[in-house]
Design a binder for this molecule. Structure first.
Ligand code: PMT
Length: 406
């Protein structure tokens, strides 16, 4: 299945390094070309001779050979050679280094030079994995386009029990095979996606919100991840869960928080989709204490929230794809068309509350797709998962068309 695929395997110093012998054997068995690079610490855990024998290639550890022959390893050539770079086990130390662009050894220099997609299989102790610094570094690497094969739960070398065990070699080999198989047209691409409602506090016990459950947005996150993308999902409060190694969820409450989360991630996204039902207005001042019942009327002053999609639409870089939704109750086409223009969308997905089974809360949706260049596609009532797949297919086509132009 992997015939002719060139795979760089970067091994770091962790007890899990012994599993890399099996991974290399599985890749070679599938006829991949494998080049192993090890850090110095990795060779404390597994012998370079073992991995050289299994990979049928000398293992590289240093820029310059130790034997005074002047022979050196060209990190740029290695970075260009690979179809995929796998860093496994990826230790907290190497993760921190590459998240910050350090290159003090051959492996980290090759990472910086690699033009191929990069996948990391982290391995470390429970508390190291959960530490905010490690989680920050992982988020940074995901934002940089790296994919993560999540560590599993179980007994750790320290004797503790929890998350941090490197994925098993068979699981990694399967991930790699899937990566190279057809149907992952967005491999190596970043998607930024909003979902769910926002809630705007009136006082500590009350808020303004809407009926969005996040189902449409989460279905999109799943469909983008299935297509190989790395997904940054900015989610308002919903009751849904999504566990996917390629989906990073940031939870927010208010439109302003969602705006900030989107703004800080826009530059690195290839595709940006606004599926959230964002409150257009928020109370001017959220009371710090519960508002007491007084008189027959209560007036709450509302102020306009930022329009996240319109703001993003003004800052787009060449090649980025921008899409959103329109939820309408009357004059649907005209409103959707004007939103597409105002917010600088390539595609707007129109759903109407007049259609049974469409919009908020349902597992189904009935949408029309309006394209910037004037084309229109009307879909029948479909499960939200299927609607999501169709939207992802169209956005992939738009991305590919734009990248030919750029
Ligand atoms: O979550 P579910 O229960 O599955 O329901 C799905 C859905 C109905 C929420 C979804 O299909 C949908 O239509 N989402 C957009 C709802 C909406 O707010 O539409 P709008 O027409 O008000 O906004 C137009 C676009 O601008 C949207 O992409 C919206 O995310 C964006 N927007 C709106 C206001 C604002 N302040 N900032 C924004 O970015």
């Amino acid at each position: 299945m992997l015939k002719g695929k060139k795979i760089l395997v970067g091994v770091c110093g962790s007890i899990a390094a012994y599993k890399i012998a099996t991974l290399v054997r599985l890749l070679i068995k599938q006829e991949a070309e494998v080049q192993v690079i090890m850090t110095d610490a990795a060779s404390d855990f597994i012998s370079p001779l073992t991995l050289a024998t299994l990979s049928k290639n000398p293992v590289l550890t240093r820029y310059v050979a130790d034997d005074n022959t002047g022979e050196w390893s060209n990190h740029v050539a290695l970075g260009l050679w690979a179809d995929l770079m796998v860093i496994a086990p990826a230790t907290a130390n190497t993760i921190a280094k590459i998240a910050h662009g350090h290159c003090d050894n051959l492996l980290t220099a090759v990472y910086l030079s690699a033009r191929s997609p990069v996948v990391l299989a982290p391995a470390m102790d429970l508390d190291m994995w959960l530490h905010p610094a490690t989680q920050r570094n992982i988020s940074q690497l995901q934002a940089d386009g790296c994919q993560i094969i999540s560590p599993g739960e179980g007994e750790l070398a320290s004797g503790l029990h929890g998350k941090g065990r490197m994925a098993e070699p068979e699981q990694m080999a399967e991930w790699i095979a899937t990566f190279f198989s057809a149907g992952r047209p967005l491999a190596g691409k970043n998607v930024l996606l909003t979902a769910g409602p926002t809630i705007e506090p009136i006082d500590p016990v009350r808020y303004i919100t809407n009926h969005s459950t996040g189902k449409m947005g989460y279905a999109l996150a799943q469909a983008f991840a299935d297509a190989g993308a790395q997904v940054n999902l900015i989610s308002g409060p919903v009751a849904l869960q999504l566990e996917h190694p390629s989906v990073q969820i940031t939870h927010v409450q208010t439109a302003r928080q969602m705006h900030e989360a989107v703004t800080t991630r826009t530059a690195t996204a290839d595709i940006i989709v606004h599926c959230a039902a964002v409150a257009d207005y928020a109370p001017a001042h959220a009371a710090t204490q519960k508002i007491k019942k007084q008189g027959d009327k209560l007036t709450i002053e509302l102020v306009k929230n930022p329009d996240i999609a319109a703001d993003t639409g003004q800052k787009l870089q060449a090649g980025q794809v921008h899409a959103g939704f329109a939820l309408e109750t009357e004059n649907e086409q005209a409103h959707a068309q004007s939103k597409m223009e105002r917010k600088n969308f390539d595609l707007i997905v129109l759903n109407s509350l007049n259609d049974a089974g469409a919009g908020f809360g349902h597992d189904t949706n009935r949408v029309s797709l309006l394209f910037r260049e004037g084309k229109r596609e009307v879909l029948p009532l479909l499960p939200k998962s299927e609607v999501a797949r169709i939207i992802v297919r169209h956005l992939t086509n738009i991305l590919q068309a734009k990248s030919h132009v750029v």
